[in-house]
Ligand binder design. Structure first.
Ligand SMILES: Cc1cc2nc3c(=O)[nH]c(=O)nc-3n(C[C@H](O)[C@H](O)[C@H](O)COP(=O)(O)O)c2cc1C
Ligand code: SF4
Ligand code: SF4
Length: 499
């Protein structure tokens, strides 16, 4: 007889996870303010407004060790203290809900599953920094998030949790939504504010930093969704509670969008300091089809890869940077031996080429030239000299771009080249793709010893490249073959391979 008495926490998938940011997602009805209140919602705001000074709120966030979850990992309390120190009657709070990284949907889940926790975090930030108005900049491709946030803001207003004299404290704070049109660069903080102001979303130089001159040139605190999602919990449970989880310099948990060659894909929230091995082997349930872990790409198009030799690394901001990768906003793509590292660098670079706003020459033209170099290499036309040019160009783009998009665009190239130089050289010198991905460098061949002449491959080939008579070994005409791989998938005798 089977006993179904194990809790979710006991499952392999959840046992190493700890849900702080995602605590209410899937648990409460996100469209019900009453359900949020029933799980201590708005209690932190009440506590702060009735028993803490703004400076105490800033100090609590500082003491918690919370760092920005939008990518850079800047200490949140310190950021708030900069805005708080500005002597200006008009200040703003901005929530960055643009989430443009390919494959990332951490913020989306919080916005859709627990919108009130963002409102509460932003109101706490407003109180702490002296701001009375806030904006959530959310991408229009997230219609459910937009709808639920809109309802949550209306409900909070109706309950007096936004608006005038909140909790009878004399503190006024209100929130507005602004929709982004889906440009990756609009997630960069200065471009985001330019976009809210009604202009084309292009980055502007820093300094001045937003804390001094941000939205509408007023002191502004801008934080990521996941950063705000931690705030109310810190105020409610105390900085020590939050800081008890994580590593020395990275506190709390981090939500990752786990994807790629891994059995369990989806959102996972783990304490900072969890090792990559634990994420891959326990939470992620290992690599499918008996393949081996090759590397993990973190930080999306701005990040880098951690090779299998570093699988025991504790995931935190500083460890990742030390290894030439970065936390980023939480995208984590797992790769096995069938992933070509040049191809993966090319994939991310294609994204940044498309998303460059075009303001700086180094980014606009440099990323395009870099992409062309990678294309030359994956086409089997690269030279050793091209590898040197590639590195020089990477440095040039990094050093001469105005914003983080251009400054980090070469990271996937630099990181894969430094970790897998032999793979780049195999493309250039041997004209081979060791992972068998780059089509120009592949030839499909039939092993006459293994071929039974069943004709299955010839029947599936879309271009008639396979010939042979029944029960006789078949042959592929390399000149006709378009390298679709259908024949290899179809052959039951393992007679077809890529060379
Ligand atoms: C090209 C680019 C895109 C970015 N996209 C986002 C984004 O979608 N969401 C986000 O929170 N931060 C994004 N950032 C980082 C923001 O500029 C900013 O550092 C962050 O929102 C600050 O919040 P935090 O301190 O809470 O991390 C992006 C940065 C760059 C350079
Ligand atoms: S670095 Fe690229 S994205 Fe950033 S401002 Fe320059 S051109 Fe635009
Ligand atoms: S790889 Fe595709 S095109 Fe080439 S021989 Fe096989 S089925 Fe035909």
């Amino acid at each position: 007889m089977v006993h179904y008495n194990a809790s979710l926490e006991d499952t392999e998938f959840y046992k190493l996870q700890r849900r702080v940011v995602l605590r209410n997602c899937g648990v409460i009805d996100p469209e019900s303010i009453d359900e949020y209140i029933a799980v201590d919602g708005y209690a932190a705001l009440g506590k702060a407004l009735t028993s803490m000074t703004p400076a105490q709120v800033v100090d609590e966030i500082k003491a918690s060790g919370l760092r920005g979850r939008g990518g850079g990992g800047f200490p949140t309390g310190m950021k708030w203290s900069f805005t708080a120190a500005q002597n200006n009657p008009v200040k703003y709070v901005v929530c960055n809900a643009d989430e443009g990284d390919p494959g990332a949907f951490m913020d989306r889940s919080v916005l859709e599953g627990d919108p009130h926790c963002i409102i509460e975090g932003m109101a706490l930030c407003g109180y702490a920094t002296g701001a009375h108005e806030g904006y959530v900049y959310v991408r229009a491709e997230y219609p459910i998030a937009v709808k639920r946030l809109g309802k949550a803001i209306e409900d909070a207003r109706a309950y007096g949790l936004l608006g005038k004299d909140i909790f009878g404290s004399g503190f006024d704070f209100d929130l507005y939504l602004r929709l982004g049109a889906g440009a990756f660069v609009c997630g960069e903080e200065t471009a985001l504010m330019t976009s809210i102001e009604g202009n084309r979303g292009e980055p502007r130089p820093r300094p001045p930093y937003p804390a001094v001159s941000g939205l509408f040139k007023k002191p502004t605190t801008e934080n990521n969704v996941e950063t705000f999602a931690n705030v109310a919990q810190i105020i409610l449970n105390g900085a020590d509670w939050f800081a008890s989880v994580g590593t020395e310099r990275s506190k709390g948990t981090k939500v990752f969008a786990l994807g790629g060659k891994i059995n369990n894909t989806g959102l996972v929230e783990v304490p900072m300091g969890t090792t990559l091995r634990q994420i891959v082997e326990v939470v992620g349930g290992g690599i499918p089809n008996g393949k081996h872990f090759k590397a993990a790409q973190t930080g999306g198009p701005s990040g880098g890869c951690i090779p299998a030799s570093m699988i025991d690394i504790e995931i935190d901001y500083d460890n990742l940077v030390a290894q030439g990768a970065m936390m980023g906003s939480g995208g984590m793509i797992i790769m096995d031996e069938d992933t070509c590292m040049v191809d993966i660098a090319k994939f991310f670079l294609q994204f940044t080429v498309d998303e460059s706003c075009g303001k700086c020459t180094a980014c606009r033209i440099g990323t395009k030239r870099l992409y062309e170099l990678l294309e030359k290499i994956t086409d089997g036309k690269g030279t050793l000299e091209d590898l040197d040019t590639m590195e020089t160009l990477c440095r040039y783009i990094k050093d001469n771009s105005l914003c983080g998009l251009g400054q980090t665009a070469p990271n996937p190239v630099l990181s894969t080249y430094s970790r897998f130089p032999e793979e780049y050289k195999a493309h250039v010198v041997d004209k081979k793709c060791p992972a068998g991905v780059c089509k120009s460098l592949l030839t499909y061949v039939i092993d006459p010893e293994k071929c039974k002449g069943c004709t299955a491959c010839a029947r599936v080939c879309p271009v008639g490249a396979i010939s042979g008579t029944v029960k006789e070994p078949h042959v592929i005409d390399a000149a006709k073959c378009i390298k679709c791989g259908s024949c290899m998938e179809r052959c039951k005798f393992g007679a077809i391979s890529k060379k």
